[in-house]
Design a protein around this ligand. Structure first.
Ligand code: HEC
Ligand code: HEC
Ligand code: HEC
Ligand code: HEC
Length: 135
């Protein structure tokens, strides 16, 4: 009897730890819905992009989009619990990035659009992310 209880408690603990390892607190996951727009490079015609963050988090690893930068300036792969910065804090013209990654627009298109295109051509249409303003 005692053995069973100990086993049950141990199992519950193990499961608890498992879940704790895989679950993020809401604030660590960032907003569920975002409207992305450049703050450094406000283009003449801003084109805000809709981004259902939570929906992407359900099926993709954080490291599909998030990463950081080493002292040598090279990309460092995502590690759980790392500080998450705005894309634009690294992907800007002053940071010495290659041109195709030197603005929020370019880095985002490289990340978002390339995956969308690979999944389904229709997902790469401009208005999926940049819906026309309702009048
Ligand atoms: C999968 C999502 C996605 C698709 C598809 C997409 N974009 Fe974007 N685009 C973004 C994101 C994210 C940004 C960066 C945030 C921002 O500036 O709006 C961006 C930025 C831009 C910007 C810069 C806007 C600014 O305010 O600086 C332009 C212009 C733009 N996109 C045009 C297009 C055009 C044209 C197409 C279709 C050929 C397109 N985008 C397709 C996600 C997308
Ligand atoms: C499909 C791409 C994608 C995936 C997958 C993704 N994120 Fe994000 N996340 C973004 C983008 C884009 C932003 C907005 C960055 C910006 O404003 O420059 C963001 C913002 C955030 C922020 C807010 C940062 C801030 O400064 O406001 C947090 C926290 C965050 N993500 C955590 C996570 C975690 C944890 C996961 C995995 C469970 C995850 N994200 C998965 C693309 C993604
Ligand atoms: C702390 C700095 C930093 C932040 C924040 C950052 N990046 Fe990057 N990123 C880099 C560096 C460094 C590289 C490598 C650049 C090179 O190839 O020269 C890179 C490469 C990339 C690449 C091309 C390689 C690949 O992994 O596909 C894409 C796309 C990209 N970043 C998108 C994003 C997006 C989207 C965000 C925000 C969700 C983001 N980055 C946030 C530093 C950063
Ligand atoms: C690794 C792949 C991948 C990346 C990276 C990615 N997406 Fe997506 N996204 C998808 C897939 C797959 C769907 C379709 C999901 C569905 O139909 O439920 C989708 C759907 C969407 C939708 C439409 C949601 C809806 O309700 O129909 C928007 C808007 C969107 N993504 C914006 C973005 C933006 C902005 C980024 C970059 C910050 C991004 N995505 C990065 C795979 C990706």
């Amino acid at each position: 009897m005692k053995k069973i209880t100990v086993y049950a408690v141990a199992t519950a603990l193990a499961l608890g730890l498992c879940f704790a390892g895989a679950t993020f607190a809401a604030d660590e996951k960032g907003p569920a819905e975002m409207t992305l727009t450049s703050t450094i490079d406000p283009a003449k015609k801003a084109k805000p992009a809709l981004f259902p963050h939570a929906k992407h988090q359900e099926r993709l690893a954080c490291g599909e989009c998030h990463h950081s930068k080493g002292a040598d300036g090279k990309q460092v792969a995502y590690v759980e619990g790392q500080k998450i910065e705005k894309c634009e804090s690294c992907h800007n013209k002053a940071a010495g990035m290659p041109k195709k990654l030197a603005t929020f627009k370019n880095a985002a298109h490289e990340n978002c659009k390339v995956c969308h295109k690979a999944k389904d051509k229709k997902l790469a249409k401009c208005n999926v992310c940049h819906p026309k303003k309702k009048k």
